[in-house]
Design a protein around this ligand. Structure first.
Ligand code: ADP
Ligand code: MG
Length: 141
């Protein structure tokens, strides 16, 4: 059965451009409850750890430096079928391919600076939530 928790990050481009409030409201209006939120300027080590699964990809180095380019906003979100629903809400990785009305279509700059992260499985949602919110009992699974 699909879980009710997903993990997101409002990425540095969206925070720097002043879109964080609008994106957060978009998420809340779509029915997600915010279970945890913080503002953090990631170190290189944190970004490398978060995206370790992509370390062999050609864009990894740029991705890490972009994720450390300014503060970002990690979020733990709750809704039925949270992971799949949230991926639909944010749209395709490349904003040029994202559906109309999705968060990436509305706010992303490029395939790299694409405004938001969304977990791709229940397992990764919990792992990612714990990475930023180790102190939170409810995301311990
Ligand atoms: P998603 O965030 O949609 O799950 P991926 O997990 O494939 O996408 O990639 C993680 C992040 O790496 C993307 O959100 C984006 O910021 C960056 N990225 C992905 N593909 C590319 C690419 N071809 N060039 C540059 N950056 C990319
Ligand atoms: Mg991904």
């Amino acid at each position: 059965m699909a879980g009710n928790i997903t993990f997101s990050i409002i990425k540095p481009d969206a925070v720097a451009n002043g879109h964080a409030g609008k994106i957060l409201d978009h998420i809340i209006q779509a029915g997600y409850k915010v279970r945890a939120l913080r503002l953090i300027h990631m170190t290189q080590g944190m970004a490398e750890g978060f995206y370790a699964v992509h370390r062999e990809r050609p864009f990894f180095k740029d991705l890490v430096s972009y994720m450390c380019s300014g503060p970002c906003m990690p979020l733990v979100l709750e809704k039925a079928d949270a992971v799949a629903g949230f991926r639909t809400l944010i749209g395709a990785t490349d904003p040029a391919k994202a559906d109309e009305g999705t968060i990436r279509k509305l706010y992303a700059q490029s395939i790299e600076a694409n405004a938001v992260h969304g977990s791709d499985s229940d397992e990764n949602a919990l792992r990612e939530a714990r990475y930023f919110f180790a102190e939170i009992e409810e995301v311990r699974g």
